[in-house]
Design a protein around this ligand. Sequence first.
Ligand code: ADP
Ligand code: MG
Length: 207
Amino acid sequence: MDIIKIIDSIADKIFEKRDELSELDRAIGDSDHGVNLSRGFQKIKEESSIFSKLNYSEIANKMAMILISNVGGASGAIYGTGLMRVAQSLKGVEELDRDKVGVALGAMVEGIKFRGKAIAGEKTMLDTLEPVEKIFQESKELSICEFLDKIEEVAQEGMESTKDMLATKGRASYLGERSIGHIDPGAMSSYIIVKTICENLREEFKC
Ligand code: ADP
Ligand code: MG
């Protein structure tokens, strides 16, 4: 698996979708999610060539540090904390398999919940990521190609489910009832990240 290629394509996709993400944030936040997150991922892409000298844990840690220091706003700290937990969970891991990725994903979701003091249903990125983590653990009997399709489908449903939710965490919560009717920008960026990873893996596994 070419982890650097996957990371670079996430950066490209977030860049491509940055206006759409900021537009979602304009409706229920402060219009900066796409621009902020894209700045962070472009910085990661600039440094990703040195990742080939690092192990998975070190790569996750480096990405966390870059996001925390380059993405202004809540999402930088929250994604960064998630990635720091991934780094801890992958310590000593030389090769990834489905189980190890599952453990890392679980650690990521726990880190995000801890940092954001949020649970699913509060109209955040967790509404994309928690269902993905759940289906990941529950679908191990599926073939890799079916598995990737399922994960992408659940991520999309999770992202779309935020439209009718009332925001109770983050900046969108200041809007109260007026937050209803818009997809959460962080739920959308998480969907883009999950989808991009699935697309890369489909290519790799020739799905
Ligand atoms: P800010 O709100 O500081 O401008 P961003 O616009 O970069 O930060 O990111 C907003 C996104 O961060 C939201 O759409 C939401 O998904 C996520 N978010 C905000 N607060 C929390 C929280 N407490 N827990 C989990 N995710 C959160
Ligand atoms: Mg914002």
